[in-house]
Design a protein around this ligand. Structure first.
Ligand code: AMP
Ligand code: ZN
Length: 478
């Protein structure tokens, strides 16, 4: 394998990522809670996990990627009832939407995608083992809690200081909610007894009717699909505490073993310099951005292009920059083709070949990716190399090599290039034309076909034609 070093949240060090069994890298990602469309913050995490997987596979190691679907929790129950749908119908529809969005972003589907509701018996069995081992106890109302004072290593992943973990205090405090803050460290809920608001969403258990706590599903599904020891666990940084801390406590106490060998956490996406929120109107979905004329590849470029350990500030302007950047690469790729380069290899073909060993001018880009997945530095190297290269002077063999190397880096980042013949660079389009094109797009979204046609004619008079694409539009000179 080509070495990949990645920061590990537990040891706070960059460590080499390698499969315990020497052949397949087995990793788990906490998946979406399916009660609405995923936003671009969620997709920052899923895209980076996809880049990680692509990097491992191109490095010559097979992967086993498990990602769950959270289809029962407070939010899914609340919103399915508000929508007047069964929990199953409600979560299935949002799961399908999530899959469609992932496909638009070219994220590989996980090899296994288990859901919480489909693993209730496994979760109950895990609670029984925890009670038997003295790590959990039932309360009077039929809920069951994990006793964190029974697990001395609690808090190690989140690097909680001893004062945060006053076991004397926490011994008597409990939290029945799925998420809580560090200053309220408490015994957490494994089984929630049935509440009136739960409607029909409950299951029978040795402690009466109820449902599992949110943290438990990942532990149960990891045991089922990855066993007690596996290579890497990942999620957004908000999951370090309490979710992942609680997973470790449950799994280590119920199953033994070391649990995850490596922890990969992705820093949150900010929008316009702040937290995303519905009330600020900046909680974007892929559809919201498509409505503004931006395709999923532009979104992927922005999300993949930030270093995963630094906050990434998303702005609509960054999508325009992404469009220009992709077009610059596409034009260079076209120049290589014109110089006689063979067609660009697909990702699967690259994995089969030893393309990563012959990267020429793009070797530094690969080194950046290998060094803690430094995607912005890698893209910087791509542009430096493109600037320094004269595609026209290459013979077909050299052009083919260059093209192959370029597609190794693009394949790792999961970027597909636009058609350079039909797309215009943002900087080449006059503001007036951009404004009219956006107005036409808005008119189309509003199904005002008359206005849309009139604006198309105005654009044509200025020498521009709008081409609608799968999820946006591009501009061409007539
Ligand atoms: P959820 O659907 O809320 O369970 O979250 C799915 C994934 O998205 C988890 O790994 C979260 O940690 C991650 N996530 C949530 N918000 C953001 C954000 N603003 N930036 C990056 N990742 C996020
Ligand atoms: Zn999880």
């Amino acid at each position: 394998m080509k070495t990949l070093r990645l920061f590990d949240t537990l040891t706070r060090q960059a460590r080499e990522v390698k499969p315990i069994d020497g052949s397949t890298l087995r990793f788990y990602c906490c998946g979406p809670t399916v009660y609405g469309p995923a936003h671009i913050g969620n997709f920052r995490t899923f895209v980076l996990q996809d880049v990680f997987r692509r990097m491992v596979e191109l490095g010559g190691v097979a992967t086993l990627h498990v990602r769950n679907i959270t289809d029962v929790d407070d939010k899914t129950i609340r919103d399915s009832q508000a929508a007047g749908k069964s929990l199953l119908d409600f979560t299935q529809a949002w799961t399908e939407r999530f899959h469609a969005d992932c496909e638009k972003l070219d994220c590989f589907p996980p090899h296994v995608e288990p859901s919480a509701v489909a693993h209730i018996p496994q979760q109950i069995a895990m609670i029984e083992r925890l009670i038997e081992a003295g790590n959990a106890y039932a309360s009077d109302d039929g809920s069951v809690y994990f006793k964190i004072s029974s697990f001395p290593e609690y808090g190690k992943l989140a690097h909680l200081e001893t004062q945060d973990l006053d076991m004397g205090r926490t011994a008597n405090s409990r939290s029945n909610t799925d998420e809580y803050e560090k200053d309220s460290v408490a015994d957490f809920v494994l089984w929630k007894s049935r509440r009136p608001g739960d409607g029909e969403n409950f299951w029978q258990s040795p402690w009466g009717e109820g449902r599992p706590g949110w943290h438990l599903e990942c532990s149960a599904m990891i045991e089922e699909y990855l066993g007690t020891d596996f290579d890497l666990h990942s999620g957004g940084v908000d999951l370090v505490f309490p979710h992942h801390e609680n997973e470790i406590a449950q799994s280590r106490c119920a199953c033994g073993g070391d649990f995850a060998a490596h922890w990969f956490h992705i820093t949150h996406l900010l929008v316009d310099g702040g937290k995303m929120s519905k009330s600020l109107g900046n909680l974007y979905t892929l559809d919201d951005l498509a409505d503004k004329g931006h395709g999923a590849m532009e979104v992927r470029y922005v999300l993949a292009g930030g270093h995963y350990r630094r906050p990434l500030n998303f702005t609509l302007g960054s999508l325009d920059d992404a469009r220009s950047a992709l077009l610059r690469i596409a034009r260079f790729d076209q120049a290589l083709a014109d110089a006689g380069a063979a067609p660009a290899p697909s990702f699967a073909e690259l994995v089969e070949s030893s393309a990563v060993y012959e990267l020429g001018d793009l070797q530094p880009a690969w080194e950046s990716l290998s060094d803690d997945l430094n995607t912005p530095e890698a893209l910087g190297h791509v542009f430096t190399a493109i600037k320094g290269a004269d595609a026209k002077s290459l013979d077909s063999e050299a052009a083919t090599k260059w093209r192959c190397a370029l597609h190794v880096i693009l394949g790792t980042l999961g970027l597909t290039l636009p058609n350079p013949d039909t797309s215009a660079d943002e900087s080449e389009i006059p503001d007036e034309v951009k404004e009219l094109a956006q107005q036409r797009w808005d008119a189309k979204q509003a199904k005002d076909w008359g206005a849309a046609d009139r604006l198309r004619d105005e654009l044509a008079a200025l020498g521009w034609v709008v081409k609608d694409t799968k999820d946006g539009y591009s501009m061409e000179r007539i």
